[in-house]
Design a protein. Structure first.
Length: 91
């Protein structure tokens, strides 16, 4: 079975295309694919950092709940309503 080795054809908006070309023209990257690959690696890193942050936040919440630091449903609902009113007042 013949498999692709990662070749993709992509279309970029003019501003991104110009940016990629400028990076290659400056000599910072040898090929457009290197610029795009770096962008994808950075996106993957940012997503991994978000997942790690969420895991830590969940672990912190669980630990807090296990220590008995809980907020009642009524308190949460009151806070949501208060923030909603503040948001609407700013509009």
């Amino acid at each position: 079975m013949l498999q692709s080795v990662g070749t993709k054809n992509i279309s970029l908006p003019p501003d991104l295309d110009a940016y990629v070309e400028a990076k290659v023209d400056s000599g910072e990257y040898p090929h457009a694919s290197e610029v795009v690959g770096e962008g994808i690696r950075l996106l993957m890193q940012r997503e991994a950092e978000k997942v790690e942050w969420l895991r830590n936040a969940v672990a912190e919440g669980i630990a807090s709940a296990e220590e008995g630091n809980l907020v009642s449903d009524a308190e949460v609902l009151d806070e949501v309503r208060r923030r909603g009113r503040e948001f609407l007042a700013r509009r």
